[in-house]
Ligand binder design. Structure first.
Ligand code: ARG
Length: 463
């Protein structure tokens, strides 16, 4: 196959090489970014007097025609063209002749691919952020409905202290808020235009990199061209950001799986987001959260893979870097569908308040309140109070009841200083509501957190 760029290499390449070397089958995903970048570059060339007006007009109409061809599936992709940049340039030259051959003046595929890929990453950083904001809105809605829904707070997956379900949901809102902030800071850090850096050393033409940066919506051009054509930190940023998002999604998914089991029965996923077993007709399986938990694996893999590709590369561009794209495409697609389906699964699940409440009555969740009572009201040292509380819990175990249901006289027999008001302190809802410190679980503190997130989300809507 005759190559568009057959300079030093004049012999036709082997089919095996084309197959091995080509990135076209995956980087065709960047066609819109490539065309957008080329239009900005050509416009700059014309503004600088390097192209004449009619040449620019030919280029723009040719590129728009190619865009239509690709979107209407009329474009012929030939792996011998190597990549999307060459494929589009070849077609442009077929369509408009000489002007097409001038498009590549003052640029190289090295800055071209750095631009296209960065545009893709920046666009999807915003897309993921918007989906996370929608997820946050669903979480906030659930939180508002459940400030009074008691839930056993756990450590080591053992019942620990009573909390409310809203408070638990707000923990996830906090995680996804940090994810949104991470995406925003990455967007800002990478808001620099690579185009005009050419192969590695800049160019002899009098180009205007501020022009292209502005035309493409970047804050400004990058500072050092040698770094620019070697840099894939922006790709690592999105891979890391997605890995953390997927880790958070995976932790929430794990809870959804546990909570929907018969042992917990705290929630039930809607039928439209559950699947059945092929053999056991009674089963309803939580495939959605299981897949979400499982998909974190590939996003971590993609991050490690690109870090490994980059770690030994000398400056500047090396073909190894062609291995940067598939993992990022995969992670982006994974994140987009994962956030979307998690949002839907949460939005349609039902919460079984009664079972959450019942579960709080197992495990003596107000034991800390008893110890705190002995410290505050009886003047005991915490360690002594801890010991006596332990003895009372053992008694409750023997009687087969929860501490919150313990008769006053039995508590008094073991801790003579207590007054009848101890029963109020042992009540589970009172225990939850006694935690009034900032960021704590009481309904009052939970409502403060809800207001905080509500205000934060509101700012995006009004932005
Ligand atoms: N397909 C290449 C990639 O994805 C484009 C850059 C090629 N540059 C080069 N000098 N061979 O990285």
């Amino acid at each position: 196959m005759a190559k568009l760029a057959s300079g030093r290499v004049t012999q036709k390449s082997s089919e095996l090489l084309d197959k091995f070397n080509s990135s076209l089958l995956f980087d065709k995903k960047l066609y819109a970014e490539d065309i957008k970048g080329s239009i900005a570059h050509a416009s700059m060339l014309e503004a600088q007097g390097i192209l004449i007006k009619s040449e620019l007009e030919d280029i723009i109409s040719g590129l728009n025609k190619i865009k239509n061809e690709i979107e209407n599936e009329e474009f012929v992709f030939d792996i011998a063209d190597e990549d999307i940049h060459m494929a589009i340039e070849k077609r442009l030259t077929q369509l408009i002749g000489m002007s097409g051959k001038k498009l590549h003046t003052a640029r190289s595929r090295n800055d071209q691919v750095a631009l296209d890929f960065r545009l893709y990453v920046q666009k999807n950083t915003l897309k993921i952020k918007h989906l996370l904001l929608e997820l946050e809105a669903v979480l906030l809605k659930i939180a508002k409905e459940h400030t009074n829904t008691l839930l056993p707070g756990m450590t080591h997956l053992q019942h620990a202290q009573p909390i409310n379900f809203a408070y638990h949901i707000l923990a996830y809102m906090s995680m996804f808020k940090r994810d949104i902030q991470r995406l925003e800071s990455s967007y800002e850090r990478n808001d620099f235009s690579p185009i005009g850096c050419a192969a590695l050393a800049g160019t002899v033409y009098e180009i205007d990199r501020d022009f292209t940066a502005k035309a493409l919506g970047f804050k400004e051009p990058t500072v050092n061209c040698l770094d620019t054509v070697s840099d894939r930190d922006f790709a690592l940023d999105i891979l890391y950001n997605i890995s953390v998002i997927m880790m958070h999604i995976s932790r929430l998914s794990e809870e959804l799986i546990l909570w929907s089991s018969s042992e917990f029965s705290f929630i039930s996923l809607s039928d439209s987001y559950s699947t059945s077993s092929s053999i056991m007709p009674q089963k309803k399986n939580p495939d959605v959260p299981e897949l979400l938990r499982g998909k974190s694996g590939r996003s971590y893999g993609n991050l490690i893979s690109l870090l490994t590709v980059l770690k030994g590369l000398p400056l500047a561009y090396n073909k190894d870097m062609q291995e940067d794209k598939e993992g990022v495409f995969d992670s982006v697609d994974t994140a987009l569908i994962s956030i979307e389906i998690l949002k839907e699964a949460l939005n349609t699940m039902s919460v079984n308040k009664e079972n959450m409440q019942k579960a709080c009555e197992i495990g003596h969740l107000s034991a800390t309140d008893l110890a705190d009572y002995l410290v505050k009201k009886c003047g005991m040292a915490f360690r002594d109070a801890y010991k006596i509380t332990g003895a009372i819990v053992v008694e409750a175990e023997k009687m087969g009841i929860d501490l919150s249901q313990m008769p006053f006289d039995i508590i008094k027999a073991l801790a003579p200083c207590v007054k009848e008001d101890i029963l109020k302190y042992l009540d589970l809802k009172n225990s939850m509501n006694a935690r009034l410190s900032k960021g704590a679980t009481s309904i009052k503190s939970t409502n403060e957190q809800i207001n905080y997130f509500q205000k934060w989300l509101q700012e995006y809507i009004t932005k």
